[in-house]
Design a protein around this ligand. Structure first.
Ligand SMILES: *Cc1c(COP(=O)(O)O)cnc(C)c1O
Length: 395
């Protein structure tokens, strides 16, 4: 294991303090490291591996596409692109989709679509976006500009102009930032990196009403909380509040890099046109074959229904642990996106390391939250195993 870690540290730019584990293979909801040690995976590659490892039929679909064609460019049509798009439009109820390679690129596209919408309406540039404090939308400069975390931004200023921040779940603070230059309000339906905070229904409805009143576009970032994780295909569907633009990525390709931004009818008809936006890789046949297969499996196997069935059991088991251990202060979350606040002198990093030693992968969110975002295919027995291992780690 050491030689792989050393080789990586010698040649890969040091932008991550990695845990000292080298993973080599996976099966279902388990990973194996190069020493043959097995881990129960409650991180899923940061909410990416919704279907776990080697879900029946998924590898075969990828291999089948590799045998045909993996790239063509967007100057031509390809076979899986329309299929993936149709399926994603069907489950989201949105109108049009643009495929990207990552979450941050999906946010870039959403920002551009919102600004173009306002530009077409007002005839001049200079429009502003209201984003939330403690949000996370990605690391490219546009997405970083709407990420409400000064620590991530500081060294890279000046960032994109025209961004104002409001407090998540505080409608008055949003209202206070609206002016004649505002074109969109952007938020995560469930804040992920910021510490697993689900949006409050009144707040989401209030933002929707403000957007309708001022003809602003409501942009929901569903990159982490979407794709079934919160018990609906997209978390906003649980609230009955529909965005004008939404972003997806992470579990959309279940390990194959693919993201997307989707526009509702109004935004689709009045924003980006040929020449406004592009990507070399985005929507390529390989990525789209992955997304199409993921969406097919979700539908045929009712993955969302399974999440709804197993999530209450995860909540119950976590609540029991919070009850029992003084260093666990609270649990919050939605579906299979759960956070446990760590305190009373314990650091979340210590808990993550102790869990790893017990053969359990969990990660952190924010400075003091233990994040559990397992593959969506976990069963009750995996929740039991997680609870035992986490208890052993805490002991
Ligand atoms: C991970 C994440 C992103 C960024 O996605 P990348 O693929 O890392 O660029 C954006 N928004 C949210 C909510 C995320 O969780």
């Amino acid at each position: 294991m050491n030689s792989y870690m050393e080789q990586t540290e010698n040649f890969v730019l040091h932008t991550y303090n990695r845990f000292p584990v080298v993973f080599e293979s996976g099966q279902g909801v388990y990973l194996k490291d190069t020493d043959g040690k097995e881990y129960l995976d409650f991180a899923a590659g940061i909410a990416v591996m919704g279907l776990g490892y080697h879900y029946p039929g998924f590898d075969e679909a990828l291999k089948g596409q590799i045998n045909k064609l993996i790239h063509t460019s967007n100057l031509f049509y390809n076979v899986p692109l329309g299929d993936a798009a149709e399926k994603l439009i069907r489950v989201s109820g949105m109108s049009k989709v643009f495929f990207t390679n990552s979450g941050t690129e999906a946010i870039e596209g959403a920002i551009k679509a919102a600004r173009k919408y306002a530009f077409l309406k007002g005839g001049k540039p200079g429009y502003e976006i209201i984003a939330m404090n403690h949000s996370f939308h990605g690391r490219s400069v546009g997405a970083l500009s709407v990420t409400g975390n000064p620590h991530y931004q500081e060294a890279f200023k000046p960032l994109m102009d025209g961004v104002r921040f409001a407090d998540f779940n505080d409608l008055e603070s949003v209202k206070a930032q609206i002016n004649e230059k505002t074109c969109a309000i952007l938020l995560e339906t469930v804040q992920g990196e910021g510490g697993i905070y689900p949006v409050k229904k009144e707040f989401l409805e209030g933002v929707r009403a403000l957007c309708d009143e001022h003809d602003l576009l409501m942009i929901l970032d569903e990159i982490q909380c979407g794709m079934g994780r919160c018990g609906e295909m997209f978390a906003w569907q649980a609230y009955g509040v529909k965005p004008d633009i939404m972003t997806s990525a992470k579990a959309l390709g279940c390990g194959v890099p693919v993201g997307a931004f989707l526009l509702g009818e109004k935004a689709a008809a009045n924003s980006l046109v040929p020449g406004d936006h592009g990507t070399t890789y985005g929507g390529n046949p390989f990525a789209c074959a992955a997304a199409a297969k993921v969406l097919e499996i979700f539908e045929e196997q009712d993955i969302v229904g399974h999440v709804r069935e197993v999530a209450p059991y995860l909540e119950q088991k976590l609540d029991e642990l919070v009850e029992k251990y003084d260093c666990l202060l609270a649990r919050r979350g939605m579906g299979l996106m759960q956070g446990v606040v760590i305190g009373n002198g314990k650091k979340v990093g210590e808990v993550v390391n102790a869990a790893l030693a017990q053969g359990l992968i969990v990660i952190s969110a924010g400075s003091d939250v233990l994040r559990l975002v397992p593959p969506l295919i976990i069963e009750k027995k995996h929740v039991d195993e997680m609870a035992e291992k986490l208890a052993a780690a805490l002991n």
